[in-house]
Design a protein around this ligand. Structure first.
Ligand code: UD1
Length: 357
């Protein structure tokens, strides 16, 4: 009898659980978010095209190891509407967090059509399938790259005007979501514009797996392990206190937490009470390239040799978020010291010298 009661209770709690679909859930930001959602009691399923070899399955295995929870998944490419519909048509999904998308700025310039096809068409297919299955809540991964390049703390009201197809594809999706909410006001949309995500899961089991990184911290890590001889600082003559570029580096675990807060806000709304919100996710504090090198050296005890090179085309002196809206409305802030992010990134690098392979 006690056993039966317990099972009944378990069934009830399972029934009450919010079921969240994470597209791109085995990627860098997606995987960290899936862990937090599972730890907070959400029921999570992942939809991903499981790109390179078996790395996606390895990410899922590690997520399950960390959370002691099972994650169901669909190996589907969002570019294929029929396959996406087939996978999701009998699923109960309460909300979607949409991470899936190509994200390299340089690649987006050389392969613009593929970027638009993958990011924009993939999202349209997802939205059509969501409508078909009656799920109208979506948190969307956008980027600070949608803003017009200006050098001050950026608010959500600042002008947009991306300088590359990657940012442009994200902005197009933002527009599609906003138009969708206008034509069908019961949709609940939350767009998150990320600044510069850094760091890894404290366990060392999840992190950013990129063979040819261009971003600052992964490049510093490559120098630290000896895969590169030196870091090239792209410009030391910027109008900043030490002459090097300033960015808003945001710890990946706090960024993941931002998604949980955004999801929570959407789930508070009753069916039919739609919205279309945009939030910057950043710390509001700027860190220069030289400060990042120093923090990494202090956190790891490694020496990072560097040379001063020319400015990288398209770079800016300073890109920093004004995150006050997310602080206020999502009750979310990012305050992890950069040193902690350097420590976790280094732990990930040392435990996984070849990424997930
Ligand atoms: C880049 C992307 C942006 C994306 C973000 C994600 C471009 C133009 N923008 O932004 O769309 O959202 O990554 O993290 O690619 N630096 C060096 N040496 C290096 C690498 C970087 O000095 O080897 C400097 C850069 O000049 C910049 C800072 O480090 O001042 C940060 O660079 P990076 O990590 O590439 O990020 P963003 O350029 O801000």
């Amino acid at each position: 009898m006690i056993q039966a009661d317990w099972m009944e209770e378990e069934k009830m709690s399972l029934k009450a659980k919010t079921r969240v679909l994470c597209t791109g859930g085995v990627g860098y930001i997606g995987s960290h978010t899936v862990v937090q959602l599972l730890q907070k009691g959400y029921d999570v399923c992942v939809l991903d095209f499981f790109g390179e070899g078996s790395f996606g399955l390895e990410v899922l295995r590690r997520i399950e190891l960390l959370t002691k929870k099972k994650v169901s998944y669909f190996a589907v490419d969002l570019k294929d509407y029929q396959a996406t519909l087939l996978a999701l048509q009998h699923e109960r999904i309460d909300a979607v967090i949409h991470f899936a998308g190509f994200k390299s700025v340089s690649e987006s310039i050389s392969q613009s059509l593929e970027y638009y096809q993958n990011n924009v068409i993939g999202t349209i297919n997802l939205l059509l399938v969501m409508r078909e299955i009656g799920c109208k809540r979506i948190v969307f991964s956008s980027t600070a790259a949608v803003y017009k390049p200006i050098e001050r703390c950026l608010t959500e009201a600042d002008p947009v005007g991306p300088s590359n197809p990657y940012g442009q594809s994200k902005l197009m999706i933002e527009k599609i979501l906003s138009d969708l909410h206008t034509s069908e006001p019961s949709w609940c949309v939350c767009v998150l514009r990320y600044f510069n995500p850094v760091g890894a899961h404290p366990s060392g089991l999840l992190g950013e797996s990129s063979k040819f990184p261009n971003n600052l911290l992964p490049t510093i890590q490559q120098v630290a392990i000896g895969a590169r001889e030196k870091l090239v600082i792209h410009g030391s003559d910027w109008d900043t206190p030490d002459g090097t570029g300033i960015r808003d580096y945001l710890d990946i675990n706090e960024l993941a937490d931002g998604h949980v807060h955004a999801l929570h806000a959407l789930m508070q709304r009753t069916d039919g009470e739609g919205c279309c919100k945009i939030y910057n996710l950043g710390t509001g504090k700027g860190i220069s390239v030289k400060q990042m090198i120093k923090s990494f050296e202090e956190a790891t005890g490694r020496n990072i040799p560097f040379t001063q090179g020319p400015r990288r085309p398209g770079d800016l002196a300073k890109v920093v978020a004004d995150p006050s809206l997310a602080n206020l409305e999502l009750n979310w802030t990012a305050s992890t010291p950069i040193r902690t992010s350097c420590e976790t990134a280094w732990k990930w690098q040392c435990s996984n010298p070849n990424g997930y392979l």
